[in-house]
Design a protein around this ligand. Structure first.
Ligand code: NAP
Length: 451
């Protein structure tokens, strides 16, 4: 038997488990999928926006893997803490695959970034996704008329859309009551998503961008003169397909102009880089100062020394994620990833026997969920190729007993099913569908109940 621990139950972890058990070259591979949270699915549960039911439904595919006979989900198990580090894991398992993602948000490093009213988009996402580590109290949106979202990736698009959505669209989702109340009752009328480069360099995918134009009651505003600052705008034919399609969507919006009769507006701005966040009279953020940029031939931009202040009582920075080091594992701070060769962790440049990585901690925070499939497959392939050597090393006979003996209280699959059942009951009591439990205590208590 080859006993493997996969650390992280997001898409990269589950696809790795799948590649390890759904193959015929190495018999009897057993996989424990460990997660710090009592709930599985990582960013599919806690990152995909609640109104994206179709992407959320991927949970069904991930569930099928976690319900395989040779796969076991063990939630509420933190790796990297004092009880369970990489060294100890290698005493319990023949191999360990780290699929821990990229847990931190990037910062802007400009003055005023810590003013009240300025947050990482990832914190906003954690709040409406009911992540149990989301800050207590969440986001109060009273008094917010205008919001600025900095960045032009899919996270920026997600939070822009969530800010512009109305109650009828939010109520059917599984978002917790306080977030639903705050978003549905908010007075946000203007959301400006601001990119430091041009329309041809947006990182968003076309489907996500186009969706902004379909929101009920929301006008889309794009200034054709600002789009035209991009040399590729006049003739996007030579751009890669996704960028060309993005430019075409923006061009159509610019041509149509915003509908003034609609109550809310999303404005897409380009060639503006944030240089300072300015306080309003109440000490909270009141505006963002941007510098106008110009395109360079290599796709980068340079500042022009011309500035524009955009009003905002809420500012969300959506400028990407960053990997964080896991104590005991090597880490390349520049890329925010673990050094590896085809998924084999490198210690001092040489493959470390039994240690592997997959997902964002391996390749950085890029790509869509499906990108994790080939990534996981490559890592699983390396591990299976090493299987004979790995299986020769003796390991503890019962890792679950060893985890319990170390003081950990793993939530097994039955516990997760109980959480799901409690979330359905909570939803029923509120006259809604399933509603997520937002706190550690509630999740762990639900896990103890019969499903
Ligand atoms: P991202 O795609 O890397 O986008 C980050 C954005 O922030 C870029 O527009 C970048 O501009 C900008 N930026 C970086 N530093 C900046 C600064 N100092 N000032 C101003 N702008 C700055 O990151 P993300 O949106 O966090 O998404 C992460 C990954 O998750 C992506 O692969 C994304 O596709 C995926 N995701 C997918 C979905 C979906 O499929 N629905 C939803 C959410 C996330 P530059 O290009 O100029 O650097």
């Amino acid at each position: 038997m080859l006993r493997v621990a996969v650390v992280g139950s997001g898409p990269s972890g589950v696809y790795t488990a799948q590649s390890l058990v759904q193959q015929h070259d190495v018999p009897d591979v057993r996989v424990d999928v460990l997660d710090r949270l009592p709930c599985p699915y990582g960013l599919v549960r806690y990152g995909v926006a609640p109104d994206h039911e179709k992407i959320k439904s991927l949970q069904g595919n991930l569930r099928t893997v976690l319900e395989e006979d040779r796969v076991r989900f063990l939630g509420n198990v933190e790796v990297g803490g004092p009880e369970l580090g990489p060294e100890r894991l290698l005493e319990l398992y023949h191999a360990v695959v780290y699929c821990v993602g990229a847990a931190r948000d990037r910062r802007l490093d400009v003055p005023g970034e810590d003013l009240p009213g300025v947050s990482a988009a990832t914190d906003f996402v954690s709040w409406y996704s009911a992540h149990p580590d989301a800050a207590d109290g969440g986001f109060a949106l009273d008094g917010v008329r205008s919001a600025v979202v900095i960045g032009a990736g899919n996270v920026a698009v997600d939070v822009t859309r969530m800010l512009a959505r109305g109650e009828d669209e939010l109520r059917p989702t599984d978002m917790p009551e306080p977030a639903l109340g705050a978003l549905a009752g908010s007075g946000v009328r203007d959301v400006r998503m601001v990119a430091r480069r041009g329309p041809a360099q947006g990182k968003f995918t076309t489907k996500e961008l186009r969706e902004l134009g379909t929101l009920p009651g929301v006008a889309i505003s794009v200034d054709p003169a600002e789009l035209a600052l991009d040399p590729a705008f006049a003739d996007p034919a030579a751009l890669p397909a996704v960028n060309r399609r993005n430019v075409e969507v923006l061009r159509a919006w610019a041509g149509a102009g915003p509908d003034p009769a609609l109550p809310r507006r999303i404005t897409l701005r380009f060639f503006l880089r944030p240089v300072e966040l300015l306080a309003g009279p109440d000490g909270r953020v009141g505006a963002v100062r941007f510098e106008r940029t110009l395109a360079e031939p290599d796709g980068r931009v340079r500042g022009t020394g011309a500035y524009e202040d955009i009003e905002a009582q809420l500012v969300l920075r959506a400028v990407g994620y960053k990997g964080v080091p896991l104590p005991g594992l090597p880490f390349d701070a520049a890329s925010g990833t673990v050094p590896h060769a085809a998924g084999r962790v490198l210690r001092d440049g040489a493959p470390a026997p039994g240690e592997y990585v997959a997902g964002w901690i391996k390749r950085g925070p890029t790509g869509v969920i499906g990108t994790n499939r080939p990534c996981a497959k490559e890592t699983a392939g390396s591990l299976l190729a090493d299987a004979a050597l790995l299986a020769a090393r003796p390991v503890a006979p019962d890792p679950l007993a060893a985890l319990r003996a170390a003081g950990l209280r793993p939530v097994e699959w039955g516990g997760w099913l109980s959480i799901e059942s409690a979330e359905r009951s909570l939803g029923r009591s509120l006259g809604r569908g399933s509603v997520k439990i937002p706190d550690w205590q509630g999740l762990l208590a639900a896990a103890e109940q019969p499903a």
